[in-house]
Design a protein around this ligand. Structure first.
Ligand code: UTP
Length: 275
């Protein structure tokens, strides 16, 4: 069973400036819950109780969120407001949290390699909390963990996107091997719509086997001068070690304003229905 989930949260979140000038973008709330809490709930739903963060400067609020806030909790103790903290307390009680810092922002691949010290030599999940996923029956990471148990190789979550938007994603070339499952033969980071091998885009959910770390150590900076996880996965794919899974559910790219507002509306409608 997969036990660890890595959260790379060191990015600057420049698309959300000025909100992210002094605050991590992962702490932006959808209704009353920060993005990172949705992500950790998803990891726990997949049975991953060991939660590892790759943080950076200015991200202290994330550590504080997954900790007790004595004065505040004392203040609201015994009042109806106590109930608002039940969800976060559940995570604090059930998960173990660890942190390391990425000193220089050299890309997602580099952030994942920085997390090796926390993950060790075992397969692990990766969640990019700004991609907020709502699974259909199980959470997206739980769906992927099921695929992993069957195939025991790296898995990337994919979604069909309009072709003119492929230049915002890593895109796969693959052959279907079962319903919603592809064996990946190649992948490209942010291709132009004309040169893209498909419109199957990788979203912010991965399960990675630990050999990825050795590959990442050898991976030179790619697109944008950053060490790209897509470039490392491409090497694994060429060895036959990567599957792409078309998840059941919805994804909101909360790293940009449009996706963030769409997620807010989606959760607000659900909140009105349940009220
Ligand atoms: P993004 O591409 O969304 O970059 O990173 P960003 O810096 O967070 O946001 P913008 O583009 O400036 O608005 C994808 C994920 O990878 C992490 C980010 O925290 C985010 O979860 N990341 C990226 C790192 O942890 N380190 C890096 O060097 C780069």
């Amino acid at each position: 069973m997969l036990q660890k989930c890595l959260f790379p949260v060191a990015g600057y979140g420049t698309r959300f400036l000025p909100a992210t000038k002094a605050m991590p973008k992962e702490m932006l709330p959808i209704l009353t819950k920060p993005l990172i809490q949705y992500g950790v709930e998803e990891a726990l739903d997949a049975g991953m109780k060991q939660v590892a963060f790759v943080t950076g400067r200015g991200k202290r609020a994330i550590e504080d969120h997954f900790d007790i806030t004595y004065e505040l909790e004392e203040q609201i103790s015994g009042t109806p407001k106590e109930a608002s903290l039940e969800g976060i307390h559940r995570l604090i009680d059930r998960c173990a949290f660890s942190y390391t810092r990425q000193i220089q922002m050299k890309g997602l691949g580099h952030a994942i390699l920085t997390g090796e010290i926390l993950v060790g030599n075992q397969p692990f999940g990766v969640i990019l909390a700004d991609d907020l996923c709502v699974g259909e029956s199980a959470s997206v990471m739980a769906q992927m963990a099921r695929v992993y148990e069957q195939h025991r190789c790296s898995i990337v979550a994919i979604e069909e996107v309009p072709r003119q938007t492929v230049d915002q994603y890593g895109v796969i070339m693959g052959e279907p091997i079962a319903e919603d499952l592809y064996r990946v033969s190649d992948m490209v980071e942010k291709p132009s719509p004309e040169s893209a091998p498909s419109n199957l885009a990788i979203i912010g959910r991965y399960i990675l086997t630990p050999d990825i770390f050795d590959i990442l150590r050898q991976t030179p900076p790619g697109k944008g001068g950053e060490i790209q996880i897509t470039d490392a996965l491409k090497i694994q794919a060429q060895q036959g070690g990567v599957l792409a899974y078309r998840f059941h559910g919805q994804r909101f790219d909360c790293g940009n304003v449009d996706g963030f507002v769409a997620a807010t509306n989606f959760f607000y409608e659900a909140y009105l229905r349940d009220r």
